[in-house]
Design a protein around this ligand. Sequence first.
Ligand code: PGA
Length: 252
Amino acid sequence: MSRRILIAGNWKMNKTSAEGAALVKEIVAGLPKGNLPEVLVCPPYLTIPAVVEAAKGSPVAVGAENVHWAASGAYTGEVSTGMLLDAGLTHVIVGHSERRQYFGETDETVNLRSKAAVEAGLVTVICVGETLTERENGETASVIDRQTRKALEGISDYSKVVIAYEPVWAIGTGKTATPDMAQEVHAQIRAILTDIYGETAAESVRILYGGSMKPANAPELLAKKDIDGGLIGGASLKAPDFLALVAAGAAV
Ligand code: PGA
């Protein structure tokens, strides 16, 4: 098994162009020497050109936080895969719980967005995760099963797929799933991937953990067999924290 660890920053609605460029430059300057994990930052749409420019020639990849499935047309406020590629992006996040919670994103639209992103050749980080109520009601496994299978419907190129398990109750709350709790869900996702794509393929797909990941808890989480990196919000906004996460990823 040789899955390359992916340390991904989800900046959400934070940082201006100047701030984003400065953050990336600080990250690039502080990258550990030697073997690196894959390093990704996902800034807000408007700041993408400045961040891409700042990351140019460095190992830091840049992605978007969302994407629409249509190539173009009357979809006010949306951005297409072609536009992301045109801006020099290689990655995109799809189906983040904040999109599902605040912007009416459904399993169906997550699937449409994921399919379009994979077909465009973007590395597509598809987020799944249960809410606190769902966990308390013992529905975690069924929610993960439904979200994962629906998101992947019609996607054959698993080489572009990354799954991010983000328990909604752990996002931005300081509450982290324990490494054992996370591993249990990651193993379930791996089993779903095996069911869909077969064992060899499933072994090659990265499954990230997200939800209050920080330098203090990252090593324990990343030590788990099926945790292949992190999707990091809060701790990705400060270079020292993000660099410590990159270092934790390099140490796996
Ligand atoms: P957090 O966010 O690290 O601030 O909890 C993670 C995410 O929402 O991707």
